[in-house]
Design a binder for this molecule. Structure first.
Ligand SMILES: NC(=O)c1ccc[n+]([C@@H]2O[C@H](COP(=O)([O-])OP(=O)(O)OC[C@H]3O[C@@H](n4cnc5c(N)ncnc54)[C@H](O)[C@@H]3O)[C@@H](O)[C@H]2O)c1
Length: 272
């Protein structure tokens, strides 16, 4: 159902790789809610061609950008403003990648060059996005900037390895740039900490299916889907959440507040 929550708003959406991507669902919902936006992803991801399907469905243009490259981001923000005919109201940073996870490295055996790549792609890129937006004075007042995080920033999930540190840095950047952008332009900056979700990035983490089921059994509402995450993102881009900033917002069906659930106790009792 559409409420026209984003009518007249202009945005940039990073990270739609395929139909399972959280950013894909956000783009579809943003379109439904009346937004105009450009889509972007790393040049490598473009070659898979899927994003063009989304672009067609949303009547959006695609501008390739490696989010670790300030030059690419400068080009993206200036082209986006040209295409959309004005400044930007919302930005979704839906980017994550760890070469260590991809190559199956354990936490005690990390490759440090890759660790730096993980941090650059998954966390520093968020700073770079906001740095470029600030330098170009590209954001409208009361705009909203959002990145996606995971509870491994606060708690230990062994298979999440160096992505845990990336998410901790990401959330810290949201707080610190949130202060700066709030003072400068009344722009709010938040992260959403999302349940495990069956996407390319998600299922790449070792033991994903087991901890997906575990989180589902721990959460009174079950795991939050990509679709409900998109709904939440839309509210944070809308004018209904103007005073929410510098927050890490849990979108996890209640998981983060649980100690143990009856379902998990039952599951373990059956095994022992
Ligand atoms: N899937 C989950 O379980 C889960 C849970 C919590 C948070 N998240 C976060 O949600 C976000 C989106 O991930 P997803 O689950 O939709 O998976 P996804 O694989 O669909 O999206 C990740 C995106 O990051 C992009 N990317 C990688 N390197 C890039 C670069 N250098 N420049 C620009 N883009 C780059 C990829 O092309 C891809 O589109 C990530 O930040 C992820 O950590 C995912």
């Amino acid at each position: 159902m559409s409420y026209n929550l984003l009518k007249g708003k202009k945005g940039i959406i990073f990270g739609a790789l395929d139909e399972k991507s959280i950013a894909w669902k956000v783009a579809m919902r943003a379109k439904e809610e009346g937004a105009e936006f450009v889509l972007t992803n790393a040049p490598l991801a473009m070659r898979m061609g899927e994003i063009n399907k989304l672009a067609e469905a949303c009547n959006a243009q695609v501008i390739p950008a490696d989010a670790t490259s300030v030059e690419d981001l400068e080009n993206l923000f200036s082209k986006a403003q040209e295409i959309l005919g004005g400044k930007i109201d919302f930005v979704l940073h839906s980017i994550g990648m760890s070469p260590n996870i991809r190559k199956g490295k354990t936490y005690g055996d990390l490759n440090y060059d890759w660790f730096q790549k993980t941090l650059d792609i998954s966390a520093l890129s968020f700073h770079k996005v906001m740095h470029v937006a600030e330098k170009q004075d590209a954001m409208n007042e009361w705009g909203s900037i959002l990145a996606l995080s995971y509870i491994a920033a606060q708690r230990v999930f062994p298979d999440y390895t160096d992505m845990s540190q990336a998410k901790a840095v990401l959330e810290s950047i949201a707080r610190n740039y949130g202060y700066r952008f709030g003072k400068l332009k009344k722009v709010r900056v938040n992260t959403i900490s999302q349940s495990p979700t069956k996407t390319t990035a998600g299922t790449g983490v070792g033991g994903f299916d087991a901890f997906y089921d575990y989180a589902d059994k721990m959460s009174p509402l079950g795991n939050a889907s990509a679709e409900t995450c998109a709904d939440y993102c839309i509210t944070l881009f809308s004018d209904l959440t103007k005073m929410v900033t510098m927050q890490n917002l849990m979108h996890d069906g209640g998981f983060s507040t649980m100690g143990v659930s009856e379902d998990v106790v039952e599951m373990i009792s059956k095994q022992s």
